[in-house]
Design a protein around this ligand. Sequence first.
Ligand code: GRF
Length: 208
Amino acid sequence: MTVENRKRVAVMASGRGSNFEALCRGDTGLGEVVLLISDRKDARVLERASDLKVRSMVIDPGSYRTRMGIPEEEECARMMTEEGIDLVCLAGFMRMLKGPILEAFERRIMNIHPALLPAFPGLEAQRQALEYGVKYSGCTVHYVDAGMDTGPIILQSAVEVLDDDTVTSLSARILEREHVTYPRAVKLHCAGKLRVEGRKVRILRQGS
Ligand code: GRF
């Protein structure tokens, strides 16, 4: 792999960071995680970044609780552009993006969600699925738009919901799938194999 065709990936995360670690350790092909950005200085993901020797920074998210402030988002977009970031992966980043990052990285931002979208968007997706009584749930990797978990779907992986599942047991089985599915989506994106056509993301096969 030459340096020129490598893709620089930034991960934005607020918490535990297991997906961040999966993206660092997994097969992401041409994608290389070079930066971890957190909005919380006490996030466990920062320790993982240090253990994995990935540069990290804590950003000021502004004064809102569930989204980035516009000037703060502008600053973060500018910084990632200067860093030559090709792809932004949200991995348990607990704030909505509202403008500047979406504009600067259009179709170059992904998110992972612990349900089969469009079912159960938003918080506590695993609990929502259990309470609804679905027989299958899973995870979804999608491109990010201004909505809540509404962007075009790249990959999904289904998990059976068992009669005796709890939120903890179902979350754990879904998380295992997340750790495989997210690196796969990044690899496809970085290889230029994803084409967004309206709501649909086409995966280009050899020769197509
Ligand atoms: C994952 O379940 C992910 O799907 C959701 O937030 C959780 C983050 O977990 N968006 P981790 O911080 O990657 O361990």
